[in-house]
Design a binder for this molecule. Structure first.
Ligand SMILES: [Zn+2]
Length: 259
């Protein structure tokens, strides 16, 4: 149980929270209800425009200056090293947590980026994409969430466009459960590498979790080359999620996007 809480805390879809606070003298009744259930969503009064007001712990959602997602444009050319992968097949179970479809990963898969090593914890999906490229969304984006030994996060993002089916996605889709919050083991464990492009050139920037509490200090790398999934596969994942789950793009402010 403790372990699963730990893993969930890494998720972009963070549901854990305790207590509630309302410092304002006048707080709408329905906002109290939101506090009580710690509820956030992708539309209406608990949607992205209000995340920063739902709980004091979510203050970065409105105060942060390095928020994700972003529109990727005007990337600065730099000499950068390739990301080194030491991945094993280890996507072991899938869960729909009310915000996304997430595949939890076995221990032991790592990336190294600029000499810094992070372990793959989970990956999950957004339909449509959260980050955009020159203002354009892709129909789906996968986030591979990694953590270093000090708890710092690195997210690799893969864009999906419509095309040939990706057999690796079928392993996940086959185990989707209509029930929320149920971990369903994958009959055949998923291989994160098989969901990534062959060409691993990427855009890089600093950002945040794209869901409350919108914590910053996250290293983002978005692969330039999309991979394909069939329309039916994208629809299957979007149907499971049940609603668009993309936070609107956030101001870039003083950040540089490099490539
Ligand atoms: Zn995400």
């Amino acid at each position: 149980m403790k372990k699963s809480i730990f893993l969930l805390s890494l998720s972009c879809a963070l549901l854990l929270s305790t207590g509630c606070s309302s410092k304002e003298a006048v707080v709408k009744k329905d906002l109290h209800a939101l506090h009580a259930t710690h509820h956030w969503s992708y539309e209406g009064e608990s949607g992205p425009l209000h995340w920063g007001d739902l709980k004091k712990e979510y203050f970065m959602c409105k105060e942060g200056k390095n928020q994700s997602p972003v529109d990727i444009t005007d990337a600065r050319n730099i000499t950068k090293k390739h990301i080194q992968f030491r991945y094993f097949i280890g996507g072991k179970d899938v869960i729909y947590n009310g915000h996304t479809v997430q595949v939890n990963y076995k221990k032991g898969s790592f990336i190294t980026i600029d000499g810094h090593t992070f372990e793959l914890k989970q990956f999950h999906f957004h339909t449509p994409s959260e980050n955009t490229v020159n203002g354009e969304h892709f129909p789906m984006e996968a986030h591979f969430v990694h953590q270093d030994k000090d708890g710092n996060l690195a997210v690799l993002a893969v864009m999906f466009k419509e095309g040939p089916a990706n057999p690796e996605l079928d392993k996940i889709i086959a185990s989707l459960s209509p029930k929320m919050g149920v971990d369903t083991p994958l009959k055949n464990q998923a291989n994160a590498s098989a969901l990534m492009p062959m060409d691993v050139d990427y855009y890089r920037f600093n950002g945040s979790l794209t869901t409350p509490p919108c914590s910053e200090g996250v290293l983002w790398a978005v692969f330039k080359k999309p991979v394909t999934a069939s329309k039916a596969q994208i629809n299957a994942i979007a149907k499971e999620i049940g609603h668009p789950n993309n936070r609107p793009v956030q101001p870039i402010n003083a950040r540089l996007i490099t490539q």
